[in-house]
Design a binder for this molecule. Structure first.
Ligand code: HEC
Ligand code: HEC
Ligand code: HEC
Ligand code: HEC
Ligand code: HEC
Ligand code: HEC
Ligand code: HEC
Ligand code: HEC
Ligand code: HEC
Length: 449
C-alpha cells in the first residue's frame, strides 16, 4: 500500500515524505548491514554447480506418474534456511554432478523420490528420526501407506526456518492432511486462545507430539498431557464429581468438555494382567475376521457374538485374562477437537446416569490395530442393558472393569442360554468358580461399593 502511494505523482507532499522514508530506510540498512569484511553466506562449490541449473524458475521434469515436478531451488531462500550451510550432496548422495540432467534417471513420482531420501535425515537428526520411527505415521509407512507423512511433508527442507518461527496455526504441517480437525481446532478453547488472542495455548504437536505421535485413543498419553498442563484439574473436579479417578478412567475428557458431541461406548479388548489394550498383530487380522464372521449382516454384534469374541481372544492370548473395558468417548476425531469453555462442560449427572442416556445408544467393540489405530465394530446396544447388576451405574456397564461385573456378564450370558447348551453353562461355571465364591463371601460381608 505504502509503495503505491509513494509512486503517486499527484501527491507532491507524499512524495517528499516518501523520499525521506527511503533515505531513512537506506540509513537503517547501512547500520544494520554487516561490515563488508564479514563472510557472506555462500554455497560450497559443488552446490553452486547444482544451482546453475536449479536456481532457474522454470526447471521442471515429468515423473512416471504423469505429473510435472517443479525443480527450482532458490539459492537465496536456501542460504537463509537452516540447511543453508549443508551441501546439496549431503542429502542428495546419489547426485554428484550434472549428468543426471541428461541421463534422465527415471523417477516414479515425487513421493517415491522423497521416500528414498527420508531415511537419510538420520545422519544429522538421529533423535528426531528415532522418535518418528516410533510413531503411528511411521507404522503406516511400514505398512505401505502412501498417505502418511514423510519428514519432508512436514518440513520444507530447502527453505525451512527455525521451527520456533513456524507458530502461526495455518502453517502447522498437520493441517495439510488433517484439515477437518484443523477447522474444528481453530474454533475450540485452545484454538481461539491461540488464534484470536495470540496466547500460547496448545497446538497439534503440543498434545500429540511432533514426531513420536501415537494413535489418539491408545493408552493414556493424551489424557496425561492434559493433566500435565491443567495441574489443578483433578482437585477441581473432585469438588463436585464423586469418584473422579474412576470417571477420568472411564470417560475421555472431551466427552464432557465438547458438550455437543455425540458420545458412544467403546468396549476395548484389554489384557487385565498387563493393564494394556490388546494389539492386533500385523498381518494377522483376527479381529476383523472374527467380527465379520459373527456379524454377516453388519447389524452389530449381539451378546452371544461378543461373548465368543472374548473367548477367542482369551484362547489366543494364552493368559485367559482378556476382558472388555468400557470407555465413553466421542464419535469422531473432529468432535475430539471441539472443547468448549468450562461453563459449558457437562456437570449434570443425569446426562449419563439414567436409562436411555444418549451416550449409551451407540456401542462399539474395539482392538488396537497393528499401528495402534483403533479397529472397531458395531455392537447391539442392548448388551449394556442385559446385564443384571448395573447397580451403581444404571445404564452403563463397563464389562470386565472389575471382576464382579465380569462375573455378572458371564452369568447372564450363561443363564439366558445365549451361549447355548448346558455344556457352555458348565464351562462358565467351572471357569468362574473361584470368583463366584469370592463374590459370595464379599456379599455376605456387606456392600461391595
Ligand atoms: C546442467 C544442469 C543441472 C545441474 C548442474 C544439476 N541438475 Fe539436477 N536436474 C537437472 C534437470 C534438467 C533435471 C530433470 C531431469 C529429467 O527431466 O529427467 C534435474 C533433476 C534433478 C532432481 C530430480 C530428481 C532426479 O533424480 O532427477 C534433483 C533432486 C536434482 N536434479 C538435484 C541436483 C543436484 C543436487 C545437483 C548438484 C549436485 C544438480 N541437480 C545439478 C539439471 C541439472
Ligand atoms: C537436508 C537435506 C537436503 C538438502 C541439504 C538438499 N535437499 Fe534437495 N531435496 C531433499 C528432499 C528430502 C527432497 C524431496 C522433497 C519433496 O519433494 O518432497 C528434495 C528435493 C529436491 C529437488 C526436487 C524438487 C523439490 O523441491 O522437490 C531438487 C531439484 C533438489 N532437491 C535440489 C537440491 C539442491 C540443488 C540442493 C542444494 C542447493 C538441495 N536439494 C539440498 C533434501 C535435501
Ligand atoms: C507430522 C509432521 C512431522 C513429521 C513427519 C516430522 N516432523 Fe519434525 N517437526 C514437526 C513439528 C510440528 C516440529 C516443531 C516441534 C515443536 O514446535 O515442538 C518439528 C521439529 C523438528 C526439528 C527441530 C526440533 C527442535 O526441537 O528444534 C527437527 C530437527 C525435525 N523436526 C526433524 C525431523 C525429521 C528428521 C523428520 C523425519 C524423521 C521429521 N522431523 C518428521 C513436524 C514433523
Ligand atoms: C548433513 C547434515 C544434515 C542432514 C542430512 C539433514 N539436516 Fe536438517 N539440519 C542440519 C543443520 C546443520 C541444521 C541447523 C540447525 C541445527 O544445528 O540443528 C538443520 C536443521 C533442521 C531443521 C530445523 C531445526 C530447527 O532448529 O528449527 C529441520 C526441521 C530439519 N533440519 C529437517 C531435516 C530433514 C527433514 C532432513 C532429511 C530430509 C534433514 N534435516 C537432513 C543438518 C542436516
Ligand atoms: C502427509 C499427510 C499427514 C500429515 C502432514 C500429518 N498426518 Fe497425521 N495421519 C495421516 C494419515 C493418512 C493418518 C491415518 C488416517 C487418519 O487417522 O486420519 C494419520 C493419522 C494420525 C493420527 C492417528 C489417528 C488415530 O486414529 O488415532 C494422529 C494422532 C495424527 N495423524 C496426528 C498428526 C499430527 C499431530 C500431525 C502434525 C504434527 C500430523 N498428523 C500430520 C497423515 C498425515
Ligand atoms: C488439547 C490437546 C489436543 C490438541 C491441541 C489437538 N489434539 Fe488431536 N486429539 C486430542 C484428543 C484428546 C483426541 C481424542 C483421543 C480420544 O479418542 O480420546 C485427539 C484425536 C486426534 C486424532 C484422531 C482422530 C480419530 O479419527 O480418532 C487426530 C488425527 C488428531 N487428533 C490430530 C490433531 C491435529 C491435526 C491437531 C491440530 C490441528 C490436533 N489433533 C490438536 C487432543 C488434541
Ligand atoms: C463428567 C464430566 C467431566 C469430565 C469427565 C471431565 N471434566 Fe473437566 N470439567 C467438567 C465441568 C462440569 C467443569 C466446570 C466446573 C466448574 O465450572 O467449576 C470442568 C472444568 C475443567 C477445567 C477448568 C478448571 C477451572 O476451574 O479452571 C479444566 C482445565 C478441565 N475441566 C479439564 C479436564 C480434563 C483434562 C479432563 C480429563 C482428564 C476432564 N476435565 C474431564 C466436567 C468434566
Ligand atoms: C500445553 C498446555 C495445555 C495442554 C496440553 C492442554 N491444555 Fe487446556 N488449556 C491450556 C491453556 C493455556 C488454556 C487457556 C487458558 C486457561 O483457561 O487456562 C486452556 C484451556 C482449557 C479449557 C477451558 C478452561 C476454561 O477456563 O474455560 C479446557 C476445558 C481445557 N483447556 C481442557 C483441556 C483438555 C481436555 C486437554 C487435553 C485433551 C487440554 N486442555 C490440554 C493449556 C493446555
Ligand atoms: C459423561 C457421563 C457421566 C457423567 C456426567 C457422570 N458420570 Fe458418573 N459415571 C459414568 C461412568 C461411565 C462411570 C464408570 C462406570 C464403570 O466404570 O463401571 C461412572 C461412575 C460413577 C460412580 C462410581 C460407580 C462405581 O461403580 O464405583 C458414581 C458414584 C458416579 N458415577 C456418580 C456420578 C455423579 C454423582 C455425577 C454428577 C455429579 C456423575 N457421576 C456424572 C458416567 C458419568
Amino acid at each position: 500500500m505504502k509503495n503505491m502511494k509513494l509512486t503517486d505523482h499527484r501527491s507532491g507532499s507524499l512524495r517528499r515524505v516518501g523520499a525521506l522514508l527511503v533515505a531513512a530506510i537506506a540509513l537503517g540498512l547501512a547500520w544494520a548491514a554487516p561490515p563488508a569484511s564479514a563472510a557472506e553466506p555462500s554455497l560450497g562449490d559443488e552446490s553452486q554447480a547444482c544451482q546453475k541449473c536449479h536456481d532457474k524458475p522454470d526447471i521442471t521434469m515429468k515423473t512416471q506418474d504423469g505429473k510435472t515436478w517443479p525443480l527450482t531451488v532458490s539459492t537465496d531462500a536456501y542460504l537463509k534456511s537452516r540447511h543453508g550451510t549443508t551441501d546439496c550432496a549431503d542429502c542428495h548422495e546419489d547426485i554428484g554432478d550434472d549428468k543426471h540432467a541428461t541421463e534422465k534417471p527415471a523417477v516414479k513420482s515425487r513421493r517415491d523420490y522423497a521416500l528414498k531420501l527420508n531415511d537419510g535425515c538420520i545422519s544429522c537428526h538421529k533423535k528426531h528420526v528415532t522418535q518418528f520411527q516410533d510413531s503411528v505415521h511411521a507404522a503406516m509407512l511400514k505398512e505401505g501407506s502412501d498417505k502418511a507423512p514423510l519428514c519432508s511433508d512436514c518440513h520444507a527442507v530447502h527453505t525451512l526456518l527455525n521451527v520456533k518461527f513456524h507458530k502461526p496455526v495455518a502453517e502447522t504441517p498437520c493441517l495439510k492432511c488433517h484439515e477437518d480437525i484443523g477447522k474444528a481446532y481453530v474454533k475450540d478453547v485452545h484454538g481461539l486462545e491461540r488464534v484470536a488472542k495470540g496466547k500460547p495455548a496448545p497446538i497439534c504437536a503440543d498434545c500429540h507430539q511432533a514426531h513420536a505421535i501415537k494413535a489418539a485413543s491408545f493408552g493414556t498419553a493424551l489424557k496425561d498431557n492434559c493433566l500435565a498442563c491443567h495441574k489443578e484439574a483433578v482437585a477441581q473436579h473432585k469438588d463436585w464429581l464423586p469418584n473422579t479417578g474412576r470417571h477420568f478412567e472411564a470417560i475421555a475428557c472431551v466427552v464432557c468438555h465438547a458438550p455437543n458431541a455425540e458420545r458412544r461406548v467403546n468396549l476395548r479388548l484389554f489384557s487385565q494382567k498387563g493393564q494394556k489394550q490388546l494389539i492386533e498383530q500385523a498381518g494377522v487380522p483376527r479381529f476383523e475376521q472374527l467380527v465379520k464372521a459373527a456379524d454377516q449382516q453388519d447389524q452389530g454384534l449381539d451378546e452371544r457374538a461378543l461373548w465368543s469374541l472374548l473367548q477367542e481372544f482369551n484362547r489366543g492370548s494364552g493368559l485367559g485374562d482378556v476382558v472388555l473395558r468400557g470407555r465413553l468417548e466421542v464419535a469422531s476425531g473432529v468432535q475430539a477437537h471441539q472443547l468448549a469453555e468450562k461453563s459449558k462442560a457437562i456437570s449434570d449427572c443425569d446426562t449419563c446416569h439414567r436409562r436411555d442416556a444418549q451416550a449409551f445408544q451407540s456401542v462399539v467393540v474395539s482392538i488396537a490395530g497393528p499401528d495402534g489405530r483403533t479397529l472397531r465394530h458395531g455392537v447391539d446396544k442392548d448388551v449394556l442393558r442385559s446385564a443384571v447388576a448395573t447397580a451403581s451405574v444404571r445404564g452403563f456397564y463397563a464389562i470386565g472393569a472389575n471382576r464382579i461385573q465380569l462375573l455378572d456378564w458371564l452369568l447372564v450370558a450363561a443363564v439366558l442360554g445365549s451361549i447355548g447348551g448346558v455344556l457352555a453353562h458348565m464351562t462358565v461355571k467351572w471357569a468362574t468358580r473361584r470368583i463366584r465364591a469370592k463374590v459370595a463371601a464379599e456379599q455376605h460381608g456387606g456392600p461391595t461399593h
